[in-house]
Ligand binder design. Structure first.
Ligand code: ARG
Ligand code: ZN
Length: 498
């Protein structure tokens, strides 16, 4: 911190409304304490959340997490027992007298601000961890916040009630040793949309993307895996190993992959479809004993990377692959390492999750109501892949149309949690892109997709941004086609490819 900033901090601290002199004095007395909940803690004002239109309680307005450096110990894979310490590198877009992270996880034992213990409170009902820094966090200033915790993660039920799903940290007990083979216990993350804060104190909203370093310690014989590239694997005393991963491009919290299992890690040749033709590392994690048909769903990943980067532009991350899991759950496009249940190990699903690396992970909706920008694009990618295999794309579009006619539809911007992953988000979202393609032709459609990824990769987007880009990139007829499919209460007519 430079001199100028330091004096600015002092001045602004004094001026801040909401942090009166009395409260400030109290805070400075308290800041040395390290307690779970001090009765004399000054009343904490509710900080403003991000105000998401579907999940209004998530996140903190004005908080910008730049990086999470997470150290996790999974001493008994397959149980919910977890020990973690995370250091968040923070900055703010407006002065913040308190930090209110989303957290519904294990018990917090200590919180440090720039390395020094600070006051905190776990508000379990609100699923928040409240922290009062010694001085407000100001725009342009960086600070670190370290949270240590241990115990069992909380449970967040899936807002999409078509699945009886508990989001966040998953624990898969191992089989008891019996006569033949046994299955090891496993753990992994499955968080979209709002499960990450069951195991990670975080600004758990897609508008605040961040980079991650993930360090996973597991017993000998187990493998830890996470989003990003593996940077080290170290043996510790006492029969443990630590695996470290770096996710150097920002991703939304829900897309963080962490896996622990007895894995076979299968490497394949890198594919030169990254930014500037850089090689994309290829590695897949199969639980020991994974059957051949399951593995075959991933045999054509290199070709999928080539076909999709031909439409969407460079693959946005440094690595790609899957981690297969045994429970019957929805597949999830966790960044650089899609989480693929055995029951979803089919080529179209594999392709769909790969497409989400561009649409969802690299380009992320800033509000959950815009999640069709993920699902519609990933679904349309299935059609583009099918065409590349010589299949009839128009026939696929016609089937989507039938489904929508049977099940009913809605304008694409979601209004309830139940709509996030419904048929309209997927099939109607895909048909909106089909309509754009039919309106402007393949070349301009491809140029539009690549302009969209070039403009928004690494950032966040709203439906209005897509329309604005259509206006400038493909003109009024393209924009009108998209707009009709986005906004019309009724289902528009099926667009037909020439
Ligand atoms: N994004 C995932 C996929 O299509 C679906 C996630 C469904 N999530 C849920 N909470 N129901 O590929
Ligand atoms: Zn999807």
């Amino acid at each position: 911190m430079n001199r100028l900033r330091q004096s600015l901090t002092t001045v602004l601290t004094g001026l801040l409304i909401g942090v009166g002199a009395q409260a400030q004095a109290q805070m400075s007395q308290l800041q040395v304490a390290q307690v779970q909940d001090i009765p004399s803690l000054p009343p904490l004002q509710a900080a403003r959340t991000t105000g998401d239109s579907i999940f209004p309680a998530l996140g903190q307005l004005g908080l910008d997490v730049l990086n999470y450096d997470l150290t996790l110990t999974v001493a008994r894979p397959g149980t919910s027992e977890l020990r973690g310490e995370v250091t968040l590198t923070l900055t703010a877009t407006q002065p913040l007298a308190q930090i209110q992270l989303d957290f519904f996880g294990p018990t917090v034992s200590a919180v440090r601000w720039n390395g020094r213990p600070v006051v905190f409170r776990s508000d379990i009902a609100a699923q928040k961890l409240l922290v009062v820094p010694p001085a407000p966090l100001l725009p342009g200033v960086e600070a670190t916040l370290t949270v240590s915790y241990a115990g069992a993660p909380g449970i967040v039920r899936d807002p999409d009630f078509s699945y009886p799903l508990e989001l966040g940290w998953q624990s898969v007990p191992g089989d008891e040793a019996s006569a033949g083979a046994t299955r090891a216990g496993a753990n992994f993350t499955l968080s979209e949309p709002n499960g990450t804060h069951t195991f990670l104190p975080s600004n758990d909203h897609p508008s605040d993307k961040a980079t991650f370093t993930t360090r996973i310690t597991v017993p000998a014989g187990f493998t830890g895996a996470a989003s990003g590239v593996q940077v080290s694997q170290t043996e510790l005393e006492g029969g443990f190993q630590t695996f470290v991963f770096r996710q150097a491009q920002p991703i939304p919290t829900y897309a963080l992959a962490i896996h622990v299992n007895q894995f076979e890690r299968v490497e394949s040749p890198a594919v030169p479809v990254g930014v500037g033709g850089s090689p994309v590392q290829r590695r897949d994690y199969f639980p020991v004993g994974t059957a051949q048909p399951t593995r075959e769903a991933y045999a054509r990943t290199a070709e999928m990377l080539r076909v999709l980067s031909g439409w969407f532009g460079p693959y946005p991350f440094e690595a790609y692959g899957v981690a297969v899991v045994t429970p019957q759950l929805p597949a999830l496009e966790t960044a650089t390492l899609s989480t693929m249940p055995v029951t979803s190990s089919r080529e179209p699903v594999a392709l769909h999750e790969l497409a989400h690396q561009w649409f969802g992970n690299a380009i992320t909706p800033a509000d959950w109501s815009d999640v069709w920008l993920n699902e519609g694009f990933a679904t349309y990618a299935e059609l583009l892949w099918a065409e590349a295999q010589g299949q009839d794309g128009q026939a696929i579009a016609a089937r989507w149309m039938d489904t929508l006619n049977r099940r009913g539809t809605r304008p694409l911007v979601a209004r309830t949690p139940e709509q996030l992953f419904d048929t309209s988000a997927y099939q109607r979202g895909a048909l909106a892109l089909h309509a754009l393609r039919v309106a402007v032709g393949d070349d301009r459609f491809r140029a539009f997709l690549q302009a969209y990824t070039a403009r928004y990769s690494g950032g966040t987007v709203r439906t209005a941004d897509l329309l604005a880009l259509a206006q400038t990139q493909v003109g009024p007829e393209g924009e009108a086609a998209l707009k009709l499919w986005i906004e019309s209460p009724a289902l528009p007519a099926l667009p037909i490819l020439p």
